[in-house]
Design a protein around this ligand. Sequence first.
Ligand SMILES: NC(=O)c1ccc[n+]([C@@H]2O[C@H](COP(=O)([O-])OP(=O)(O)OC[C@H]3O[C@@H](n4cnc5c(N)ncnc54)[C@H](OP(=O)(O)O)[C@@H]3O)[C@@H](O)[C@H]2O)c1
Length: 264
Amino acid sequence: MITGGSSGIGKAVAKLLAKRGANISIIARDGAKLETARQEISASIIDSQQRILAITADVTQQKAIEFALKQAIADLGRPQILITSAGIAIPGYFQELSLATFHKTMAVNYFGSLYAIKAVLPEMIAAGQGHIILISSGAGLIGLYGYTAYSSSKFALRGLAESLRGELKPHQIKVSIVYPPDTDTPQLAAENKTKPPETKLITETAQLWTAEGVAQEIIKGMIQEKFAIAPGWEMTLLNRLHSIIRELLNWYFDKIAGKYRKNK
Ligand SMILES: NC(=O)c1ccc[n+]([C@@H]2O[C@H](COP(=O)([O-])OP(=O)(O)OC[C@H]3O[C@@H](n4cnc5c(N)ncnc54)[C@H](OP(=O)(O)O)[C@@H]3O)[C@@H](O)[C@H]2O)c1
């Protein structure tokens, strides 16, 4: 079951899982986009018995996401894997971001993931197995200039995953958290429209990944039962050393932002 499975990283993971013989349900809001994605994912199946479902729901609506996942369970059976990829990112200067943006970002990125987990967990506990994969971000490891709303929501997911991991272990349910780097998806294209110039300068040197590349790392990490899945050397370094290198990164980011302001 993949929330946000109609686009970007979620869709790319769905295609790879379809190639491995999985039955899949993708959940998102836009019905037309979902149907196109369903057809694309269906093209990757390896067995005619495989089922690919597309269900419309807004992850911020607890009853709606619960109902959507119940529908998926009724059709496909108990979920073995839940991936919470539905997410939004609205960058901007803190002073200019509305409170509504902070509420909306937490509602989609944090509570949207939480509601989905709450909905499938009883089924996974009853089955005595399962794997929950939350999609955070590099911005969930280190706070980034221009990402006050987004980083906070992705940090919240890290706290959730870290505390949930131990609680679910006795039930043989695994928890993983993914820290994708900048990935070429519609979300990143939308972000680039409102990113402050300082944020652009800070992030422009990072390697840009494809959604397929990130999806492959997610599948690999899932098979290896890794708790933290950090694609590439930049995210691996950030995941391992973020607390240690934070001051150095802050100094470096301040230098970039300061230089921009001086030349403005
Ligand atoms: N792209 C990056 O550079 C990057 C980097 C790090 C982390 N991430 C994270 O990776 C995840 C996937 O991002 P992406 O880049 O693949 O984005 P994307 O291509 O824009 O896909 C986002 C998906 O989430 C769905 N979605 C958004 N709001 C929703 C809501 N309220 N209810 C249900 N579904 C909703 C979208 O469909 P609808 O709009 O139709 O609902 C879409 O299927 C996100 O959590 C993102 O924060 C992305």
